[in-house]
Design a protein around this ligand. Structure first.
Ligand SMILES: Cc1ncc(COP(=O)(O)O)c(C=O)c1O
Length: 450
């Protein structure tokens, strides 16, 4: 068997490859940019994936509660998704938008239908390969439409690793190699758990929203192109704003003539439960929506959806993306939406997510390491603190929890400025039984840290 070949029909006892994790790590250190990180004291090697599960090279099964950084939506290697991609690649592999092909419009039509529930005026798409490319285009659209160039983004946010996306990002750990694009100002995130003392959650939400107006007043020319936010922050550690926050911000942004951009790269595709887009949980109508990750379920696919009026500001100006909207990407995207509907996965995210959140919240009674449990649907965060009174972050303890959870067969993510927030964002197909496993393994890991 050639080095790296995968056994055709492995059973749980077979090794899935003749590579060892150590060999792969050694070559990675030699040939891959050193800033690509790995999780765990002993990095994990993956050889196979199915549904909500990953398998290492020795065949050990893990519940993938981080879904490839919130990318697997309908489940790993879903048969319908695999078939659609295989059929497409076998008949018509690649073209650019220089030619006509039905796959592009078929997918655009379907995506628009789902996004429209957030704002009926959203009807024009452009496809990219990633979230940062989508955010770059959202910025270009905002500048073209408004004739302005200043933006408000949020502290604790993450929007990608291209120049504009890094400028939008509100975390110093992701803002090295400056200077970036000028004209982006960061407003406070509605981080209720870490609000200033003496404020109710509602008062703090009101203050955070009003700060957007103050920043526009004092730090910009008074005229912004757009405000951009993740409805619930991803890398920032599942900051889940209060119900009042986004409606109030929307009002302020509109008062100043800006556009509202919802970065749905993590929150889209039903992840927050019941709704297709995360921002729908707050009932505000975004002018531009950016998506990636879950819409491709692992196939590189990003999208921008906007209104006809905003899109028209680009008429006569060329925009192009070699792979954006390729027939295979469109087939992958269409398969995701079909499965999402057929298997009612956003409803499942609501039910299983709520069930798991309850379990995690109850765990707080016995586990003092847990400072806060938050999030919506299957976008959950557990903030770890050394002391509930001081709220001192507990990043070292989190690393131990991650290692123990891995031993117990559950993979989780981490995030936040202090890297002390557990991120639980499994594929949307997980069951209540899977949620029980996640909760049991986490509780056991917390006990072992103690
Ligand atoms: C909210 C959000 N926006 C944008 C991006 C950038 O997406 P990509 O890595 O596909 O460029 C990410 C990536 O994690 C993200 O979480």
């Amino acid at each position: 068997m050639a080095k790296g070949a995968v056994l055709e029909k492995p059973n749980s006892k077979d090794a899935l490859t003749d590579w060892t994790a150590e060999e792969v790590m050694e070559l990675r250190q030699k040939h891959v940019l050193p800033s690509t990180l790995t999780y765990y004291t002993k990095p994990l090697m993956i050889s196979r994936a199915e549904g909500a599960y990953l398998f290492d090279e020795k065949g050990k099964k893990y519940l993938d509660a981080f879904a490839g950084v919130v990318t697997i939506s309908i489940g790993h290697c879903h048969p319908h998704w695999v078939k659609r991609i295989q059929d497409q690649i076998a008949t018509f592999d690649h073209s650019t938008t220089l030619y006509l092909y039905p796959q592009l419009v078929e997918y655009a039509q379907k995506l628009v239908k789902m996004v429209k529930t957030a704002n009926p005026a959203l009807e024009v798409c452009f496809f990219t390969n990633s979230g940062c490319e989508a955010n770059e285009l959202a910025a270009i659209l905002s500048k073209n439409y408004t004739g302005r160039s200043e933006f408000i983004a949020l502290r604790h946010s993450f929007h990608g690793r291209t120049l504009m996306a890094m400028s939008f990002t509100g975390q110093s750990i992701w803002r090295h190699s400056t200077p970036y694009v000028f004209g982006v100002y960061h407003a406070p995130a509605n981080y209720t758990y870490r609000r200033s003392e003496g404020n109710t959650a509602k008062q703090y939400a009101q203050w955070c929203a009003e700060e957007v107006g103050e920043i526009i007043k004092y730090s910009t020319s008074g005229k912004i192109a757009a405000y951009i936010a993740e409805p619930i922050s991803g890398f920032g550690g599942v900051i889940d704003p209060e119900p009042e926050y986004f409606p109030k911000v929307y009002e302020i942004v509109k008062k100043h003539g800006g556009l509202f951009i919802a970065d749905e790269v993590q929150t889209g595709v039903g992840r927050t439960g019941k709704k297709f887009l995360g921002i729908e949980q707050w009932g505000v109508r975004p002018d531009i929506v950016t998506m990636a990750k879950g819409i491709g379920n692992g196939y590189p696919l990003g999208a921008v959806v906007t209104t006809r009026e905003i899109a028209e500001s680009m008429r006569g100006k060329v925009h192009f993306n070699t792979f954006g909207g390729s027939p295979v990407a469109m087939a992958a995207g269409l398969a995701v939406l079909e499965v999402l509907e057929k298997e009612k996965l956003s409803q499942n995210a609501f039910e299983v997510g709520g069930y798991l959140k309850d379990k995690l919240s109850k765990m707080m009674e016995k586990q003092p390491l847990i400072g806060d449990v938050r999030g919506k649907g299957l976008m959950l965060g557990v903030e770890l603190v050394k002391d509930r009174k001081t709220k001192e972050p507990a990043p070292q303890e989190l690393l131990k929890v991650m290692d123990y959870a891995k031993e117990g067969g559950v993979l989780i993510g981490k995030g936040g400025m202090s890297q002390n927030i557990i991120r639980i964002k499994p594929p949307l197909c997980v069951t209540k039984k899977d949620a029980d496993v996640i909760a049991e393994v986490l509780e056991d890991s917390f006990r072992r840290v103690k």
